[in-house]
Design a protein around this ligand. Sequence first.
Ligand SMILES: [Zn+2]
Ligand SMILES: [Zn+2]
Ligand SMILES: [Zn+2]
Ligand SMILES: [Zn+2]
Length: 390
Amino acid sequence: MSNLQLNCHCGANKFSFPVTIPLDKTYTDLHLCLCSDCRLQNGTFVGSFVKAPSAPFDPESPPDSLTIYSSSDIGARYFCSTCSTQLFFQYADLESTNSENKRFWLCTGGLELPNGGKFGIESIGFVKSTPDGGLASWSPGEEICTTFEGKLTDEEIHALEATAMSQFNPLDTFEGRCQCSNIKLKVSRQTGKPQELPPHAWSDNTDLVIPCWTPKEDQPPIDEKNPWWIRDPQEPGMGKRFLGGLCACKSCRLIAGTEIQSWVFIPTICIEVILPGGETTAWPTKEQLLNDEKFKSLIGTYKSTTGDPGVLRGFCKTCGANLFWDGLTRKNFVDISAGLFTGRGIREEAWIEWWTERVSFVEDADGRHDYGKLLEKGLKEWKGRLGGKV
Ligand SMILES: [Zn+2]
Ligand SMILES: [Zn+2]
Ligand SMILES: [Zn+2]
Ligand SMILES: [Zn+2]
């Protein structure tokens, strides 16, 4: 016997599940889910699950350290009330409440396999709910691109992409929300105004573009007139874009409860928040997030005491959606979770240039799974398929 260990980022939640060795594939092969509930509730492009070997607790009396959110009449999600790590999905199906695991599934971001075990991929589900193919477009290999209803071929996924791409979004803003809709975002394009540029807006280089292991002398300074976060239009005349990218770092994985996080890098001048009740307000400063009741009652904030010094992450207090990442050296600049955006597709290429050269901190996934490396290959293939116009 050994244990599957499921921990949240802050350590307030720790669960052990006894399992026999060698491990059954049930616990090592990931079910990746692209459904809108997973995307809007964890803020990434994908939910990642394995079936729980046993119930983590009596569903009638869950621990106080967890917040429970019913994302639909299908089931409930459990996340850490302190750090927002997504931990469990539980099907509501009453007929199965007598089964051993009480219909619990484990969110794999915080899951460790015994003896250095490695995850494989069982399936990618609900691809058609993206509706542009979502992360499946970047996940090469027909064998893993399946829906729960049956296999979806690469050609069928490419057809979804083409349909979404043909529906040009003529609007001046694009919108996002968390699953419960308490937090809604309205983002406007960058136009080169001073508030989008250094010194008003500032972010150091991102590991996505300049890997953190790059020697200091090889790291380019930020171009103050044309910083890395302002990207060319997809087509001439369509307007500047933001940069987006995938991250496989350990803290993103733990917080979102899934293997891959997806970020968009945005000067805060471009973001407005629509509060419940309809009031539209500027993106809150760090001080407002920590002290202003208007935001504090809606947005939970989490500062890790181990690693990530100065990093502030935020989440919806009601549904747990992972909202943003803000670093110590940042000024008027924030990473927003890309899974929150809803439009003609979910990748919104008219608004976001997706970085195809690297998955940020892909090295963190080494030995855990091959999905980060697979996505790096898939991103390049996607760019090639579209003739470089991504
Ligand atoms: Zn926690
Ligand atoms: Zn899902
Ligand atoms: Zn919410
Ligand atoms: Zn990360």
